[in-house]
Design a binder for this molecule. Sequence first.
Ligand code: SME
Length: 149
Amino acid sequence: MDKRRQYAEAVQTLKNLLSDEEDAIAMMATISCELKHSFDTFSWVGFYRVVKPGLLKVGPYQGSHGCIDISLDRGVCGKCASEGRTQIVQDVQKIPYHVACSSETMSEIVVPIFDAEKALIAVLDIDSNLKECFDEVDKYYLKKICSMF
Ligand code: SME
């Protein structure tokens, strides 16, 4: 199926499931599940939460074990959190600051999540075992999903 259509269906499912939900952890768990099961190319889908200044801690995810803590000066997640901007990495082997939770990961996208006061609360991290898995289409729909918080 076309990637845009797959995302449009996932967004609709998530809107139906989460329209009245206010609990961030329940939302993260539901989004991880929906995205991981909608896209065969995603090997890991999950969240890292801002738990104190300078520190991200793993939240709900689907896939093999993720790292527990990531400081803001490390990893693609840390870069996304400190810059407040989506990161797309086409080949993680070319990025020296990449934190490898799985040696099979080849590419990844990380999207920041802000609350109503525009404070960063978490990042959404998606990994793939394929190189160059993510592009502007992923960024567009994942930003839409991250704006549900
Ligand atoms: N690769 C991420 C770390 C998290 S794992 O991929 C689940 C990073 O470089 O921040």
